[in-house]
Design a protein around this ligand. Structure first.
Ligand SMILES: [Zn+2]
Length: 60
């Protein structure tokens, strides 16, 4: 019996997702924001998805 290879590639489920507003594939990006709290800088990392709708907010 030949072993069946499971070649079920998740080609339709990549990291990039289509934005339902503009139809662009969103780019998963690590966004680092710096907040100064009582003379201490705090870095907070966020995973965001950038597309045409919000790229100006983050890539300014
Ligand atoms: Zn969009």
């Amino acid at each position: 019996m030949a072993k069946q290879q499971s070649t079920s590639e998740k080609s339709s489920q990549k990291d990039g997702r289509k934005c339902n507003k503009c139809g662009e594939i969103t780019q998963p990006t690590l966004y680092v924001s710096i907040n100064k709290v009582s003379d201490v800088y705090k870095f907070s990392e966020k995973r965001i998805k950038i597309c045409k709708c919000n790229e100006k907010e983050f890539l300014s």
